[in-house]
Structure formats: structure tokens, C-alpha cells
Design a protein around this ligand. Structure first.
Ligand SMILES: Nc1ncnc2c1ncn2[C@@H]1O[C@H](COP(=O)(O)OP(=O)(O)OP(=O)(O)O)[C@@H](O)[C@H]1O
Ligand SMILES: [Mg+2]
Length: 424
């Protein structure tokens, strides 16, 4: 399975092809390059390239010299550059969802009959070329291939420069819709399986230097075989890259799932922001509704303080140096309210939840550590994914109506930057 990404630099060639036929296989249409008739026969002793390539006569005179720099890998080692296929290789079935940054369709591959999901990227307002957010999304999906990350198949293009689609495996459900439709919450054994899958995906992304930055139940897909897939890498970025002037953007992570350090204006943050979101998702799986349904940042902060108790110099040593901490009046100290809120959780379960919803990002548990938590080995044990019940797929039917309102991912207007910007 290869992913080919064509930039918008070759539009006219594509446009004329699509006009001739809807269903053509672009790969068959690649120009045939005839070997130059005058090409000099390669010497058998050439060390660095197996394929015949034109070489300067002076180089061929002495077979002891390589034909090109030893620092350049042989041509065969470069990734193949192939043109993107046309969106008309797919038959559109139905619209699944219109998200903040793209419309998602269910479609059928005309060649293989595979059912896929096509996410049309919103490029209309883009004046600076291909938007960085879309590049990040494609790159992150490729970098994070994993059983619990939605599989990217290819990128296809439509008739105009604003029509670029990410082709993904089609997954029947998203967790937010499932939680809304289910009559009762997931069982503890099911929550454990889902959490293990989510943490495995997050661990894998972090090991590959990718921060997701928008983990929430509507971005977690689940197929009818009980396998969860993390989706929507539209806000993902590489971490470990130098943080530029102005720091990393705080316009990340949908409000309800946003870590306190981002809320309080931290100019750089770590993988721990994703673990806070995982904590909010864990609570949502148990409660069957989002944990912090705040209308704005201030309300969210006060809801967090109420549940966790206000931060102290020991629970969060870095708190007072955060830009917005001065503007906040801390409530009087009180103990956390986890036990009252999650009455039926075991002590180990509460401990894992508190380790994820930890103020200090440096003390917050990592995905790798969380996977080793005793919660997952105590009774009831995680349920085998095959034993999950299957549900009717709203995504496979007609356009889904919005089941209940939740905030969307932050506006990416500020993120619409040129590739030269630091926060990438
Ligand atoms: N591969 C897929 N298979 C099935 N459904 C999908 C797939 N990818 C996305 N969806 C559906 O489309 C919705 C929106 O997709 P996605 O989150 O990638 O787009 P978005 O524009 O970034 O959305 P938002 O800003 O609302 O999070 C998802 O919540 C899910 O219901
Ligand atoms: Mg989304």
C-alpha cells in the first residue's frame, strides 16, 4: 500500500486527464520514458547504481571512479514519486460527517470494491499554497501507522486545486456517537480494552515524535470487531522540533479535553497534553458523558479546580510561572472529589484516572507507564475485542445528524501559516 502525495504543482496535466475519463488508473498513464538512444552502455563494474543511467563520458573512462557522490544513496533507495490518483477512482456513497476542517464521505474503490472513508480537506480559503495543517495531518497519519490508528491509504485529487482528499480505511463508528446511542455505559472490562487500545496508539505516536493535540471521543473510531482507531490528526505536530518565537500555539485541543498548562498559557508543552485528554476520555467512558462540559476557558478551569482541588506548590511547582496564573484567583484548598464522582471505581481505577488528570505535566503519567498500571491486571480483566457487541453504523447510513453539541477543535486560522513557521 503506497501513499502518494502530489502537491498542487501539476494541476493542468491532471485536469485534462480527468476530463477524458472518470475511472482511469493514473498509474497506467505515467509517461513512458524511452531510454536515450545515444546512452552509453553502463560498465559492469559500476558500484553505486544497478539501473542504467546516462553518465558523462569522462566518468566512464576510468571504472575505478564512482559515477556519483558516495554520499548520495542509489536511485533505487529514494521513495518512488508517483502521481496521486483521481478521486473518480472512488464511487461516492454517502456523507458521514462535516467536521470543522473537512467533509468526510463513505466511498467505494471502483477497482477493488473496498469501502473507504474520504476526508475532503478544506483548502478553499488557502492563499499560501497547500495548508500546513493538511500536510501535518497526512504526515502524522503516515508516521503513526499502527493497529489502533486509522489507516491512511492514499491521497487523491479532484478537478481543482481545492479538491484534495485523504483516503482512509472506513471505520463504522466513532466513540462519541456510540456513547450517545448506547443505553448503558461500557462495562469495566470494555473500558479497559478501549483504554489499552487508546494508550497503545498514543504511546506509538509519542514514540514517533508526534503529538496528537486533539484527542476526544469524536476522534476515536471503532469498528465492529471491537478495535479502536485514533483519527483526525489535523492538529498533530512533531515535538522535539525547535520551538520558535511566540512558542507553540495554544489553539489546540478541543476545550473540554484541554490540559491545564495550555489553558494557563504555557508557551511550550509536551506529550503530557495528550495524556490529560486521555484522562478526560477515560472519565467519559465511565460516565457516558463528557467530564468537563464547560462553556469557556474560565468555567473549565473552575470545574477542574473543583474536581481536583486547587493546585499547590507541591502538586504543581511550575504553576505560578505560567503566563495566566496571575489572572486567576485560586479557591480555598479542598481535597479532590474523584471518589464522589466515580463511586463504583476500584482504588486502582481511581489511581490511574488521577495519574492522568495530574496538574503538573512533569508528574503526569506517560502512555507507556499507564499501560503497565495495575488497573489493567485486576479483575475484571479487559474483554477480548471480538466479544464486543456490534452496533448499527450511523456512518454507513445516511448523513448523521448531530447528536449533541460539543465544542469543536480550535479554529486553525492562526495555524494557516507558511511552512517556514516554527510551530510545525
Ligand atoms: N476513517 C473514517 N471512517 C469512518 N468515519 C470517519 C472516518 N474518519 C472520520 N470519520 C467521521 O467523520 C468525523 C469527522 O472526521 P475528522 O474528525 O477527521 O474531521 P474534522 O473535520 O477534523 O472534525 P472535527 O473538527 O469535528 O473533529 C469523525 O468524527 C467520524 O465520525
Ligand atoms: Mg475530528
Amino acid at each position: 500500500m503506497s501513499v502518494s502525495v502530489a502537491g498542487p504543482s501539476t494541476p493542468s496535466r491532471k485536469r485534462s486527464r480527468w476530463q477524458t475519463s472518470d475511472n482511469e488508473n493514473e498509474e497506467d498513464q505515467q509517461p513512458i520514458i524511452h531510454p536515450l538512444k545515444r546512452r552509453i552502455k553502463p560498465k559492469p563494474s559500476r558500484e553505486f547504481s544497478s539501473s542504467p543511467a546516462p553518465v558523462a563520458p569522462s566518468e566512464t573512462q576510468n571504472p575505478r571512479y564512482p559515477t556519483h557522490s558516495i554520499y548520495v544513496p542509489p536511485r533505487t533507495h529514494h521513495p518512488p514519486i508517483t502521481p496521486s490518483r483521481s478521486v473518480y477512482s472512488y464511487e461516492r456513497l454517502n456523507q458521514i460527517e462535516e467536521g470543522t476542517y473537512g467533509v468526510v464521505f463513505r466511498a467505494k474503490d471502483k477497482q477493488t470494491g473496498d469501502i473507504v472513508a474520504l476526508k475532503k480537506l478544506k483548502l478553499d480559503e488557502e492563499k499560501n499554497g497547500f495548508p500546513i495543517t493538511s500536510l501535518r495531518e497526512i504526515n502524522a497519519l503516515i508516521a503513526c501507522r499502527h493497529e489502533n490508528v486509522v489507516g491512511i491509504r492514499e491521497v487523491v485529487v479532484g478537478d481543482t486545486l481545492t479538491q484534495v482528499f485523504i483516503v482512509m480505511d472506513f471505520i463504522e463508528h466513532d466513540l462519541k456517537s456510540l456513547l450517545t446511542l448506547m443505553p448503558s455505559p461500557f462495562l469495566q472490562s470494555e473500558v479497559k480494552t478501549l483504554m489499552i487500545q487508546l494508550l497503545s496508539a498514543v504511546k506509538h505516536c509519542h514514540a514517533n515524535w508526534i503529538l496528537h493535540r486533539d484527542l476526544k471521543t469524536s476522534n476515536l473510531l471503532m469498528n465492529n470487531r471491537g478495535i479502536m482507531k485514533v483519527a483526525d490528526f489535523g492538529l498533530a505536530r512533531r515535538y522535539g522540533d525547535p520551538v520558535g518565537v511566540g512558542g507553540m500555539t495554544q489553539l489546540v485541543v478541543t476545550l473540554w479535553y484541554r490540559a491545564p498548562e495550555i489553558l494557563l498559557g504555557a508557551e511550550s508543552y509536551t506529550t503530557a497534553v495528550d495524556l490529560w485528554s486521555v484522562g478526560c476520555i477515560f472519565a467519559e467512558l465511565l460516565l457516558k458523558e463528557p467530564l468537563f462540559q464547560a462553556k469557556n476557558e474560565l468555567e473549565l478551569i473552575s470545574m477542574i479546580f473543583k474536581l481536583l482541588g486547587p493546585p499547590s506548590s507541591s502538586s504543581w511547582p511550575g504553576y505560578s510561572s505560567l503566563p495566566l496564573s496571575k489572572t486567576i484567583t485560586l479557591p480555598s484548598p479542598h481535597p479532590h472529589q474523584f471518589r464522589q464522582k466515580f463511586q463504583y471505581m476500584t482504588t486502582a481505577g481511581i489511581d490511574l484516572l488521577m495519574s492522568l488528570l495530574t496538574y503538573d505535566p512533569d508528574q503526569r503519567i506517560s502512555a507507556e507507564e499507564a499501560l503497565e498500571h495495575p488497573y489493567f491486571t485486576e479483575s475484571p480483566l479487559p474483554k477480548h475485542p471480538d466479544l464486543f457487541g456490534s452496533f448499527p453504523s450511523a456512518a454507513a447510513g445516511e448523513k448523521k445528524r448531530k447528536l449533541f453539541d460539543s465544542p469543536s477543535a480550535p479554529a486553525r486560522a492562526a495555524d494557516y501559516k507558511l511552512l517556514t513557521d516554527f510551530d510545525m
